[in-house]
Design a protein around this ligand. Structure first.
Ligand SMILES: *[C@@H]1O[C@H](CO)[C@@H](O)[C@H](O)[C@H]1NC(C)=O
Ligand SMILES: *[C@@H]1O[C@H](CO)[C@@H](O)[C@H](O)[C@H]1NC(C)=O
Ligand SMILES: *[C@@H]1O[C@H](CO)[C@@H](O)[C@H](O)[C@H]1NC(C)=O
Ligand SMILES: *[C@@H]1O[C@H](CO)[C@@H](O)[C@H](O)[C@H]1NC(C)=O
Length: 637
């Protein structure tokens, strides 16, 4: 692999028998009859109930698509000629607060798996516990780093293993009945995730494998996913789990990509468990695209040579809320909100030319696919321009009361987001500067070696500049005098999800220096988690040039309209977050790009005559016209 890859894909079980004559309109419900249900390996084949079969899978993450759309997305997977769906399980999504488990609504994993089964799809489950997936901290709960400041994620360290054990106990209460041998569709369960790109401790991988095996038994197969060259999977394999590899389009025959694996494991099914038909995108780079022709050429080669595969992603969806992660290349690289991924299905779940080309290729080998109704894109709506008004200045005393939580600390070491038990949003650190120059102003350099990640710097309430980890801006000259109030508003732009900088705590991780002197007096720390931005009853729109402002507007959809998907276009705005009816659509940053519009699922809108509530927290500068436009076409760059 030319670059580190971190998403894993799974393969789908393909069974000619399941596909025969199956139309999307009549989903096959597999009865919970466990007699003879068995997934196993014989020679180079997966065996399903004693018959050889190959996995043709597409990855769809339930946590990136509203639950109301799951049936549609799964139907699309099936109609492409695939026989399985793969999903990661995101620990943080279910245990965002320690020991408070959530399995409702968009978090109802068991429902997602059951819907796949109703669609006649098998399931590849990828529970990690680390998943990467371009999600904050690779899907691990951020609070682990608050509870155990010295935690070593993805190791045998007792703290990490015991937390993982507790989590898997909860997870398998949900999914155990859905394992294949128990009557469900889950045929494969992945152990860890591309561990060979991270470490080489076989005792850890074997412990994770044992932990999963204690839940899975022989009711499904365990497997690992790693890069396709030897140095990855020889570090990442686990005893007793099938080794699979991941790769994107290849210019040489697929056989060559499996060559190292074949030498390592002379017998066993070959599976490309993350086949990349697209790629992820970071803020500040071009939107990543993968051309269709080489995707179908590689696909054709895998089908011809009987390899199993899983498209990663088949439908990417969206990093709603503050769930997007980051990579660390030459520098910190936060991921965009959209996870469109240039996948066969768009962010909104619509088939693309790539989708149809994939289906046509699969049809050559599985002609029954032709009997499945060809799916079309759904309609989108452009609802036009919506005006907003300033509602609340975040750093005003009213704003702090409505949305903040304050504490006071002494010294040079500032509490991190993790210590404050705050997942995301903003934290404000404030101190009064004492200088020996009394009332005489002079210029002094503010420097912070480890900003995590973007720091808005205010002097006596007025914005003076921005420090940025991403852009490597670590100092700024400030004009100060004795008793100047210095306010540092820190934005968490997403925790790193891949590689050796995984333990990515947020806040200010190094002393704050002014003219090389440590500011070690009294600090007031105010957290703004922004998990709920209902500010009804608060109103303080003044001084909009002094820090973030929450803007609000309302709009009513036209009569006789369906609740169609739309996109909000914040062109002209600076940087921030947008909520529709309380749903956080994610981060916007059109000036940085490449993503401009944010996806709005129609299911989150209210039908007329109800009003829809629009909220924008703008960190930098509102658009002069104080409006945003709802358009029917995404602009991703
Ligand atoms: C693929 O499998 C089929 C039987 O399912 C077999 O006829 C064919 O020879 C296999 N092709 C390769 C390249 O192994
Ligand atoms: C700076 O301000 C503090 C608090 O008001 C005061 O105690 C101190 O004497 C002042 N220092 C100078 C040099 O003016
Ligand atoms: C702050 O730093 C100064 C200079 O290094 C030192 O004299 C002072 O004791 C420190 N104060 C605290 C509270 O640590
Ligand atoms: C929409 O329908 C409501 C209720 O029937 C009506 O009061 C309203 O005037 C209609 N709005 C438009 C724009 O036609």
């Amino acid at each position: 692999m030319s670059r580190p890859s971190c998403w894993v894909a799974l393969a789908a079980a393909c069974c000619v028998v399941v596909l025969a004559g199956a139309g999307v309109s009549t989903p096959t419900v597999i009865e919970a009859d466990t007699v003879g249900r068995k997934i196993s390996i014989e020679g180079d084949d997966f065996m399903l109930d004693g018959q050889p079969f190959r996995i043709r899978s597409g990855e769809v993450h339930y946590f990136r698509t509203p639950a109301a759309y799951w049936p549609d997305r799964l139907r699309m997977v099936k109609a492409a000629g695939l026989n399985a769906v793969a999903t990661y399980v995101e620990w943080m999504f279910h245990e965002g607060v320690e020991r408070q488990y959530r399995w409702d609504g968009d978090r109802d994993l068991a429902r997602f798996v059951s819907l796949a089964q109703q669609q006649g799809l098998l399931v590849l489950l990828r529970p990690g516990p680390y998943i990467c997936a371009e999600r904050d901290l690779g899907g691990l709960p951020y609070w682990l780093m608050g509870k155990y400041p010295d935690i070593k994620l993805r190791t045998l360290q007792p703290e990490f293993m015991s937390e993982s054990t507790i989590w898997f106990n909860e997870l398998f209460k949900q999914v155990k009945p859905l394992l294949y041998g128990n009557g469900g569709p889950i045929i494969l369960v992945q152990v860890e995730n591309e561990y060979g790109s991270y470490g080489s401790d076989h005792a850890y991988m074997n412990a994770m494998r044992a932990l999963l095996h204690s839940h899975v038994g022989d009711h499904a197969l365990l497997y690992t996913t790693d890069g396709f060259s030897r140095n990855f999977f020889t570090r990442g394999y686990a005893d007793g789990a099938l080794t699979t590899v991941d790769f994107g389009v290849t210019s040489s025959p697929v056989k060559n990509a499996f060559k190292d694996l074949r030498e390592f494991r002379p017998v066993g099914p070959l599976m490309n468990s993350e086949f990349y038909p697209g790629w992820l995108t970071h803020w500040g780079e071009g939107f990543q695209r993968v051309a269709t022709a080489p995707v179908v050429a590689t696909l054709d080669d895998m089908l011809r040579t009987n390899a199993s595969f899983n498209f990663y992603m088949f439908h990417g969806g969206t990093n709603f809320d503050f769930t997007a992660g980051a990579n660390y290349g030459p520098t910190y690289q936060p991921d965009i909100t959209s996870y469109d991924y240039d996948a066969p299905l768009t962010e909104a779940g619509d088939p693309t030319d790539k989708y149809y080309a994939i289906r046509s290729t699969i049809e050559k080998y599985y002609p029954q696919v032709r009997d499945i109704h060809l799916p079309l894109a759904s309609s989108k709506a452009g609802y036009g321009s919506v005006p907003v008004v300033a509602k609340l200045q975040l750093l005003s005393s009213e704003g702090r009361t409505a949305l903040g939580k304050k504490e006071t600390v002494e010294g040079s070491s500032l509490p991190t987001f993790e210590q404050l038990r705050q997942w995301a949003g903003l934290v404000l650190y404030e101190t009064t500067v004492h200088t020996d120059s009394g009332d005489v102003e002079d210029t002094r350099l503010l420097s912070i070696a480890k900003p995590r990640d973007r720091i808005y710097v205010y002097v006596n309430g007025v914005l003076k500049g921005i420090l940025s980890r991403m852009h490597n801006i670590l100092s700024i000259p400030l004009v100060v005098k004795n008793n100047t109030v210095l306010s540092l508003l820190v934005e968490n732009q997403g925790r790193i999800n891949f590689g050796d900088k995984l333990h990515d705590k947020k806040g200010i991780l190094s002393p704050v220096l002014l003219a090389n002197k440590v500011l070690n007096g009294t600090w007031e720390v105010t957290g703004f988690p922004l998990e709920n931005v209902d500010v009804t009853g608060h109103d303080n729109p003044e001084s909009t040039d002094r820090g973030p402002v929450l803007y609000e507007g309302a709009f009513t959809l036209p009569n006789n309209t369906q609740l169609l998907d739309t996109y909000v276009n914040p062109t002209g705005w600076g940087k921030g977050y947008i909520w529709i009816n309380g749903h956080n659509l994610g981060r916007y940053w059109p000036r940085e790009g490449p993503q401009v519009t944010l996806y709005v699922p129609g299911v989150w809108l209210q039908p007329p005559p109800a009003a829809n509530r629009l909220q924008i927290l703008e960190l930098e500068a509102a658009a002069p016209g104080l409006d945003v436009t709802f358009v029917d076409t995404p602009i991703l760059g």
